[in-house]
Write a protein that binds this ligand. Structure first.
Ligand SMILES: *[C@@H]1O[C@H](CO)[C@@H](O)[C@H](O)[C@H]1NC(C)=O
Ligand SMILES: *[C@@H]1O[C@H](CO)[C@@H](O)[C@H](O)[C@H]1NC(C)=O
Ligand SMILES: *[C@@H]1O[C@H](CO)[C@@H](O)[C@H](O)[C@H]1NC(C)=O
Ligand SMILES: *[C@@H]1O[C@H](CO)[C@@H](O)[C@H](O)[C@H]1NC(C)=O
Ligand SMILES: *[C@@H]1O[C@H](CO)[C@@H](O)[C@H](O)[C@H]1NC(C)=O
Ligand SMILES: *[C@@H]1O[C@H](CO)[C@@H](O)[C@H](O)[C@H]1NC(C)=O
Ligand SMILES: *[C@@H]1O[C@H](CO)[C@@H](O)[C@H](O)[C@H]1NC(C)=O
Length: 622
């Protein structure tokens, strides 16, 4: 303890309590000791001393995955009801790649007058010449086996069912539509034990130009999201670009089954159309589909949706520095191109944009370049930037290990500080959302990884509350908890794991975990229009055991956030709290809302990783 701290504690004790200074000295000696029977830490609040203004909104991110869809999820209704109950602002909806059919509206490139299908065994190819009222007039190529290639350039593989073309001709010629299942029953088995696909190329009479838009899964999930967040600001991130926009040596084969993961979908580092016009068009059409009733496709044909949704912010891509190895010059051009594309197809100049969504660390060069307006086309807004943080762990099952989450977050605040310096110089009007903040345990996506103990939910909840509070001191606009629904391998539903430790909900019941209830507690408690932080000191001088920050509203409302950073019970003294109300989230509150307690003593016991909000009694009681 240095002399300044010594004096601070002297003053603090003098003003706020009668606890002797020896307590403070004593505490700093025995930080890592078992806290059983230890003396309580004192929390002293200087209610009249302004610390900083509160600007930081607590929010969350929702990521597309099959377990949140109407089609695949038994807890679907519960999931969206829980989202609705949060009444969150700035919720980020990430339409994300590991399930290409859920995330990409145009999975196959436009193919002119050739129409192609390419599916794995036991799926069906659906052909149609109905666009111009035509019929299937020609089968250019058909092969059940191991053929490959892109539409217009299909190539027969070593394994090929000799009668493929004949069969397709027999079934499809002269038909308006035709659906052909890729099965060995129909084509015979040309190579037993080898995975087979069916590839077909046809033409129509009269000729038609072909595109492959399919919004089925995107629509239902986005509708559910927009309904659940109606009336609130939201950030929509169609984070995944069709990978055929990039130069690829061989076409990428995505899973036919919408609920299977494809972690390798974002491939390619160079765009086919280097002007980025095609990239902008893809996003323009996508946004027009949802906000302008439809769009005009690559060949001038109208596709009608009748949707006229709206949202405030569109975020452009996600963690591209890892996914497509984009550098900042490339990304910045792409950001501009996407905005121009959206404007071209929607004529909407009011949409706001969120840029970067960086997942890496200390990438300050990105901020220096992107936030410099002279690196953008004219009339391109820099409304908001975004970036991400996850605390990591060494152990999936040992709660002692999770005490390290908090110091990792401390490290992140230094990064936030440096980003803020850059932002304030280059583009002070640009706001910030840290739109993925959470914890990822080791082996999270390994099938059969051990289930973490329930107190994990509390450790991760405490980390989020701590992050919100620490980052609120830095004036960041939004801190979004990641993410609404993850799950482990679910063999009954044939689902592969999807970051279970990141989930805010219990995937079995759809109920909120401590992570969910902590987000809700902060959303409901924080009042950025009225609250300011006031100077708050504790006798836990290194801050290794507890965190506390007090806030006071213009209306006199006073509240104190207290977080137990330890996997141990910790007692605190909060002078003046007697008669106040505490909402506490801990192991005992489980999958329910915070436990509400009327405080009869100024001593409060916090169980491991507990998060508490104490609403102080009206001032005149003191
Ligand atoms: C396709 O279905 C058949 C018959 O049900 C089955 O024997 C075969 O294993 C399936 N193939 C694949 C790749 O799932
Ligand atoms: C073809 O149509 C059937 C029936 O509508 C559908 O179940 C199947 O998913 C479609 N196949 C493809 C590849 O879209
Ligand atoms: C292919 O067609 C020929 C003649 O039409 C027929 O004899 C043969 O059985 C067919 N082969 C398969 C695998 O269906
Ligand atoms: C197909 O698209 C091309 C290029 O946009 C256009 O020139 C052609 O007329 C179209 N053909 C049909 C049949 O629509
Ligand atoms: C902004 O970018 C321009 C053009 O790249 C450069 O000349 C200028 O020095 C940059 N400004 C700052 C403050 O870095
Ligand atoms: C696709 O996945 C779902 C969910 O995992 C499963 O129920 C279904 O059987 C799968 N379909 C096929 C054809 O493999
Ligand atoms: C989900 O809730 C059920 C019922 O309360 C509980 O038995 C189960 O352990 C919970 N699962 C997780 C991963 O929290």
């Amino acid at each position: 303890m240095n002399i300044v701290q010594y004096i601070m504690v002297m003053i603090l004790c003098h003003l706020a309590c009668t606890i002797s200074l020896t307590l403070a000295l004593y505490e700093s000696e025995k930080l890592h000791n078992d806290r059983a029977n230890a003396d309580p830490f004192l929390i002293a609040v200087y209610w009249t001393t302004h610390d900083y203004d509160l600007h930081t909104v607590a929010s969350l991110q929702v990521v597309t995955n099959p377990f949140a869809t109407r089609e695949f999820s038994p807890v679907h209704q519960q999931v969206f009801a829980n989202l609705k109950q949060l009444n969150a602002e700035y919720t980020r909806y990430a339409v994300w790649f590991p399930y290409p059919k859920l995330a990409v509206a145009e999975l196959d490139p436009p193919s002119g007058i050739f129409q192609c299908g390419n599916v794995g065994e036991n799926f069906s190819i659906n052909l149609s010449c109905e666009q111009n009222g035509g019929v299937i007039s020609q089968v250019d190529f058909a092969s059940y086996g191991t053929s490959t290639g892109t539409c217009g350039q299909l190539q027969q593989g070593a394994c090929h069912a000799a009668n493929s073309s004949e069969i397709i001709q027999r079934v499809c010629i002269g038909q308006k539509t035709c659906s052909v299942p890729a099965t060995s029953d129909i084509f015979g088995d040309p190579c037993k034990g080898i995975p087979k696909r069916l590839l077909i190329q046809i033409q129509c009479n009269p000729p038609q130009n072909n595109t492959y838009y399919n919004f089925n899964y995107l629509d239902t999930m986005l509708q559910d999201f927009l309904d659940a967040t109606d009336g609130h600001s939201r950030i929509i991130s169609f984070s995944t670009q069709p990978n055929w926009l990039f130069k690829l040596d061989t076409p990428h084969i995505y899973p036919d089954n919408a609920s299977l993961t494809d972690w390798r979908y974002p491939v390619g580092t160079e765009l086919v159309d280097d002007t980025m016009h095609a990239l902008g068009d893809y996003y323009g059409r996508l946004v027009a589909w949802y906000t302008r009733g439809g769009f005009i496709d690559e060949y001038g044909r109208k596709h009608t949706s009748n949707y006229d949704y709206n949202w405030d912010y569109t975020e452009i891509f996600n963690e591209v520095e890892s996914e497509h190895s984009m550098n900042v010059e490339f990304y910045t051009r792409a950001y501009d191109a996407v905005i121009q594309g959206i404007r071209r197809h929607t004529n909407n100049y009011d949409m706001k944009y969120v840029g970067m969504a960086l997942g890496g660390h200390n990438e300050f060069g990105w901020y220096r370049y992107f936030l410099n307006h002279s690196n953008h086309a004219p009339d391109i807004p820099l409304d908001m930037i975004s970036y991400h943080f996850y605390a990591l762990a060494n152990s999936r099952t040992d709660p002692n290990d999770w005490e390290s989450f908090f110091s990792q977050l401390d490290g992140f605040t230094f990064e936030v500080e440096q980003i803020e310096e850059i932002r304030k110089i280059l583009s002070p009007e640009t706001r910030t959302t840290i739109d993925e903040l959470g914890v990822i345990l080791p082996d999270d996506n390994t099938p059969g990884a051990p289930q973490f103990p329930m107190v994990y939910w509390n450790a991760a909840a405490a980390l989020y509350a701590y992050a919100w509070a620490r980052i609120s001191r830095q004036g960041i606009d939004v801190v979004g908890h990641s993410q609404l629904l993850g799950y482990p391998e679910l063999p009954d539903l044939q689902l592969q794991p999807q970051y279970p430790s990141v989930s805010l909900l219990n995937w079995t019941t759809g109920e909120g975990t401590a992570k969910y209830w902590t987000t809700k507690l902060l959303i409901e408690t924080v009042d950025i229009d009225n609250d300011q932080a006031v100077v708050t000191e504790t006798t836990d001088l290194q801050g290794q055991n507890i965190f506390s920050q007090a806030f006071i509203g213009k209306n006199g409302r006073r509240w104190v956030l207290i977080i137990n950073k330890r996997y141990a019970n910790i007692d605190v003294f909060l002078p003046g709290c007697t008669g106040g109300q505490m909402q506490i989230i801990n192991e005992a509150s489980g999958f329910g809302p915070p436990t509400e307690v009327t405080l009869e003593l100024s001593k409060i016991t916090l169980s491991p990783f507990a998060v508490a909000v104490v609403h102080m009694p009206p001032v005149d009681i003191e």
